[in-house]
Design a protein around this ligand. Structure first.
Ligand code: GDD
Ligand code: MN
Length: 386
């Protein structure tokens, strides 16, 4: 199918570069992409060097070039404006993020489009995929920042799957509009350089088809870089915030807090039953565990899973029994491990054993059961078919 692909080029004082870039795209690159309609959108922030005038000259010669002028607020602001313009006014089917300064070889656009044709939603021009590179004469500082800053971002955002995306800060990528870019919440995308990580994180969470193609990032020949290293450093706090405010992470944190309260209930009643009332070992573990289960069910229902809260007396009773059903697993795990542990290590280890059993056995088990069977927030294909 013939698609309209808009190359979005943000510019700030790129007079010299943009003139040549438009020519190269129109004369050498677009003629090689015959199955799509290729257009250009220049997003200029009223560059004092008169970049816009040069663009207007080119618009007289070539069709399919548009210019969006605005206030300078940063690279993210420029791209947000450009992406909206490309979607709404130009009716783009895909957009390409591209620099004016020839640090990206324009021929890579052909590679991006090929992957789009193969059905990918988001194609990343990656400096860290096999065959890609960063300029060898970059300063050690910049090399370090790009590589290890990137590793830090990937770890915080995608752990344990840190190789899901290898280049999180590249400036070259293609994004499909339908079902992909149109679904991005631009209110959660900032005005600065960090915009790209915020969009990428949303795309990964949307579960779109992502791939990387290797690119060799060149040095800038004309003009100068506009992105300050201060802005790049801001990324460090940004990724942590991004991950912590993710709804999925918030839910897990709440689950953790509820679990900790459950632990306190469990530990104090275990002490009461075993040390003060001298119940049998197994009975002390079983009773205190059941009390923790009741606490967990209540708090998780009204807080952790409040978006899908179970309501109504009948429903709550039904679910509470089901919850106890899945908790029998936890009860068995905990009672067996606790009783065995005390047998092996002695009663003085009773309170030390409990947190270990909870963290390594009970938490993973419970979180899975809650999300799959109780509040059903994880859809497991073969289970939800029924
Ligand atoms: N409209 C607008 N407004 N354009 C801007 C702004 C802005 O505030 N800041 C930068 N640009 C334009 C530049 O004119 C250029 O066309 C493009 O965005 C890239 O800016 P550079 O100043 O050349 O950035 P860089 O080379 O330091 O960074 C590039 O590589 C990074 C990876 O190392 C960019 O591609 C980054 O996006 C990328 O992360
Ligand atoms: Mn550049």
């Amino acid at each position: 199918m013939m698609a309209k692909i808009v190359i979005i080029i943000p510019t700030y004082n790129e007079r010299e570069n943009i003139e040549k870039m438009i020519e190269v795209l129109e004369e050498q690159i677009f003629p090689q992409i015959k199955n799509h309609k290729m257009e250009i959108l220049i997003v200029d922030d009223n560059s004092p060097d008169g970049t816009a005038e040069v663009v207007r000259e080119k618009m007289k010669r070539y069709s399919g070039i548009e210019l969006s002028l605005g206030e300078k607020k940063g690279l993210g602001a420029a791209y947000k404006r450009g992406m909206r313009y490309a979607m709404e006014k130009m009716k783009a089917d895909a957009v390409v993020e591209f620099d004016a300064d020839f640090q990206h070889d324009p021929a890579y656009i052909i590679d991006l489009v090929k992957k789009f044709d193969e059905g990918y939603d988001h194609v990343i021009g990656s400096r860290f995929a096999k065959g890609g590179s960063i300029p060898s004469n970059w300063s050690l500082y910049r090399k370090f920042l790009t590589k290890y800053g990137g590793l830090f971002s990937r770890t915080v955002l995608f752990f344990p799957n840190i190789n899901r995306v290898r280049d999180v800060s590249t400036g070259l990528k293609l994004t499909r509009v339908k079902g992909v870019l149109e679904k991005i919440n631009f209110e959660r995308v900032g005005d600065g350089f960090f915009y790209k990580t915020q969009i990428l994180y949303q795309l990964v969470n949307l579960g779109v088809k992502i791939t990387e193609i290797p690119i060799r990032f060149k040095i800038r020949e004309k003009g100068e870089s506009k992105i300050s290293s201060q802005e790049v450093l801001r990324t460090f706090l940004g990724v942590i915030e991004l991950r912590l405010t993710d709804p999925k992470m918030l839910r897990f944190i709440k689950f953790g807090i509820v679990g900790f309260v459950g632990y306190l209930v469990n530990a104090s009643t275990l002490f009461l039953f075993a040390n003060i009332l001298h119940f049998a070992e197994w009975l002390s573990w079983a009773l205190s565990t059941e009390l923790a289960i009741i606490s967990n069910f209540t708090w998780n229902n009204i807080w952790t899973f409040k978006e899908v809260e179970i309501r109504g007396f009948k429903n709550i009773i039904k679910k509470f029994f089901q919850f106890n059903g899945t908790s029998i697993g936890a009860l068995l795990i905990q009672t067996t491990a606790g009783t065995l542990g005390v047998k092996i290590l002695g009663p003085s280890f009773r309170q030390i054993l409990l947190p270990f059993i909870i963290i390594f056995l009970v938490i993973p088990y419970n979180y899975t059961m809650y999300n799959v069977f109780i509040w059903k927030t994880w859809k497991i294909p073969f289970l939800s078919k029924k």
